[in-house]
Design a protein around this ligand. Structure first.
Ligand SMILES: [Zn+2]
Length: 411
């Protein structure tokens, strides 16, 4: 489908505001908003809140419980009772992996650096300026649009049943979700992501003189047994969609683990068979049955104990898997059509394995969702996070026309 005169006008309208858009990006990147900087997260939220209110959105701030130490979420809604098209949910986040101080907005023309410049303050301004163009064109009239900007995407507050309750509620009142995490840069759109579980392995052995280790009287000790289990995981999960990663290992006669610091200490001697091991790790899977099958396999491996040892393996499901659904594929078709109508590249679906989760995971089972609609660049989650400034205008035009088609299918 060619772009209509109204869509060409939308694209021009985005173009005329590009200077203003880059200034908005600079402003929000220079507000430090690491996930645990709750005041900074809220300050970024206040910027978007004011801007969205000026576009006729009703806004509210969803605080998180004190003990969770998270900034909360911003919700902005412009919801008419009988919208002519789809009810659209636009997803962004206010927090960044890095705190910001060392990573200010720095524009050298070809590239722009800064904390969250693509992940995803760049995506947030794409949402805002697409909505500005749509509002100017009168296309938000009678429509149903919700904007959900979370304050803790990079490290969701636990339990996620609580920190993600409101985005799930917003998804239940929407038909299509669009998430503005960074563009893959490969002319692909993300239609699925793996979920996350964490696991904790605690192994016990019979402490004693090392001269009898691996002999019937003394057994294997905790460290040999934990090593056997982890080698079993390595063998079972070296290929396929599921990955299992041990991230921390403490072993000896005594170990102490501090969950708040993700750190610990261990004590032991060369001549003492180890008594205890604690391992912390993660498990990522694309589908719920595959996640459960992986857990069963891991439990089976852990249960085959070496002499005089025992193991306890516990899982915590943090983020649901988001497998690719047909509804999401039909959104991709629309994004691809919009992209080509604007003279941008054709788009296909991204491999859902091989990247982390996002807030889209929490709503992917409830509605059609496409992700990776934000800006291009590289170095997410690193101090070298860099934006390709040439991607801002096209991403915003793509978003404006796409949202326009969803809201007003007959125009
Ligand atoms: Zn992100």
């Amino acid at each position: 489908m060619e772009s209509s005169p109204a869509e060409k006008a939308l694209a021009r309208s985005v173009e005329t505001r590009l200077g203003e858009e880059m200034a908005a990006l600079e402003k929000v990147v220079n507000i430090d908003s690491g996930t645990f900087n709750t005041e900074g997260v809220r300050e970024v939220g206040r910027f978007f809140e004011k801007e969205l209110q000026a576009l006729g959105f009703k806004t509210r701030w969803i605080p998180m419980p004190e003990a969770m130490h998270r900034g909360g979420h911003l919700v902005a809604e412009r919801v008419a009772p009988k919208p002519p098209g789809k009810r659209v949910l636009l997803i962004g986040h206010l927090d960044t992996v890095f705190e910001g101080q060392e990573h200010r907005f720095r524009n050298d023309g070809a590239a722009i650096r800064g904390a969250g410049v693509i992940d995803m303050k760049g995506g947030d301004v794409v949402i805002l300026f697409a909505l500005k163009a749509l509002e100017s064109a009168g296309m938000l009239e009678g429509a149903a649009v919700r904007v959900f900007l979370t304050g803790d995407e990079e490290n969701p507050g636990l339990p996620t049943s609580e920190s993600r309750r409101d985005i799930v509620a917003a998804a239940k009142e929407s038909d299509v979700g669009l998430s503005f995490e960074p563009d893959t840069g490969k002319n692909t759109i993300i239609l699925g992501r793996r979920g996350l579980s964490t696991w904790s392995l605690d192994v016990t052995g019979a402490q004693g003189h090392s001269s009898n280790v691996l002999r019937p009287s003394r057994g294997a000790g905790a460290i040999y047994e934990a090593s056997r289990i982890l080698d079993g995981f390595r063998g079972a999960f070296s290929e396929g969609n599921v990955t299992v990663n041990p991230g921390l290992f403490l072993g000896g006669t005594d170990v102490a683990y501090d969950a708040t610091k993700s750190a610990g200490t261990s004590a032991g001697k060369y001549n003492v068979v180890s008594k205890t091991v604690t391992v912390k790790g993660d498990l990522r899977a694309l589908e719920e049955p595959e996640r459960e099958a992986a857990k069963a396999r891991m439990r089976e491996i852990a249960a085959a104990s070496l002499p005089k040892t025992s193991a306890k393996l516990e899982f915590d499901d943090i983020v649901p898997p988001w497998p690719i659904a047909e509804g999401s594929r039909s959104v991709l078709k629309m994004v691809d059509a919009v992209s080509r109508a604007l003279g941008q590249p054709a788009l296909t679906e991204a491999d859902p394995v091989g990247r982390g989760f996002g807030d889209a995971n929490f709503v992917g089972g409830l509605l059609a969702v496409a992700d990776g609609l934000g800006v291009k660049g590289h170095g997410t989650h690193s101090p070298d996070e860099t934006l390709d400034p040439k991607s801002v205008g096209p991403a915003t035009q793509r978003a404006a026309v796409l949202i326009g088609r969803l809201l007003h299918p007959t125009r």
